[in-house]
Design a protein around this ligand. Structure first.
Ligand code: MG
Ligand code: MG
Length: 270
């Protein structure tokens, strides 16, 4: 079900999204060869609780941890473990926070040490596709416009666009309507209106779009074991236009990256 948010609710959600953003910034500083995903998970949980938040994934559908940590060919929903990260790997980190009754939920794929050029390009294109999709999330457009834009952009590079997993509405529940596929047809699906809040999250594979669900009930990998990338933002429609509630600013600050990619989607007061 789609729940339209009031401006007051959107401000509350901005706070939840901000804690997720800061958590990912903190994790960005710690990601290096030798660190384990379980260590990073502990850091995230502690930071979220210190900021009066509740880890949004912990216990959700019985997920056992705070962060979904999906290395290399894992697409999403990876469970943190004791295996040290290695140079040349990538790690998708997805984080959710519940605060004041509303969820924040976003994700970033990080490089561990020095990563192969073709993998770097996958990360770059997937992140660009996120903004290509967000640009279509405006009053009067439809769900299919976002999916179409992301799909076209990524398939033009020969990448596989995952079908089985999608973005979603966000609010008092982690997963509300509408579903936000990363593929689709222009002009199809639910119409966007003022006050909608969604998580847009392209999951893009270097090779085939096909995936495998593993027997632990969580881990999902690419069928060809080539890398997969995942970037996610929380976005509201304000004054008819897409406005970011989440930000990668804290990640970029940690990594020393300069970027103006979010400027067109910032709140006027920022
Ligand atoms: Mg997420
Ligand atoms: Mg999500």
């Amino acid at each position: 079900m789609v729940k339209i948010k009031t401006p007051e609710e959107i401000e509350i959600m901005r706070e939840s999204a901000l804690i997720v953003s800061k958590t990912l910034g903190l994790i960005a500083k710690e990601i290096k060869p030798g660190v384990t995903t379980l260590q990073l998970d502990k850091i995230a949980e502690e930071f979220i609780r210190d900021n009066a938040g509740i880890p949004g994934f912990l216990g959700l559908y019985d997920f056992p941890n705070t962060l979904c940590m999906s290395p290399n060919q894992q697409v999403v929903h990876g469970i943190p473990n004791n295996k040290p990260l290695e140079n040349g790997e990538i790690i998708s980190v997805d984080c959710g926070v519940l605060k004041n009754g509303y969820y924040g939920d976003h994700a970033y794929t990080f490089e561990v040490g020095e990563v192969a050029p073709e993998t770097k390009k996958l990360l770059d294109i997937t992140k660009q596709s996120l903004y290509v999709g967000i640009r279509e999330f405006k009053a009067g457009n439809r769900v299919g416009d976002v999916g179409f834009a992301i799909q076209q952009f990524c398939e033009a590079e020969g990448y596989g666009v995952v079908r089985e997993l999608v973005g979603h509405g966000l609010g008092k529940k982690m997963h509300e309507g509408p579903e936000m596929p990363n593929y689709g047809k222009r002009g199809r699906g639910k119409k966007f209106v003022e006050g909608m809040v969604v998580a847009i999250e392209p999951m893009i594979n270097l090779g085939t779009r096909k995936i495998v669900q593993h027997s632990d009930g969580w881990t999902i990998t690419t069928l060809d074991n080539k890398p997969s990338a995942h970037f996610e933002h929380d976005v509201a429609i304000v004054n008819g236009k897409p406005q970011l509630l989440s930000t990668f600013d804290y990640i970029y600050e940690a990594l020393g990256i300069k970027s103006n990619e979010e400027d067109e989607f910032r709140a006027a007061s920022n």
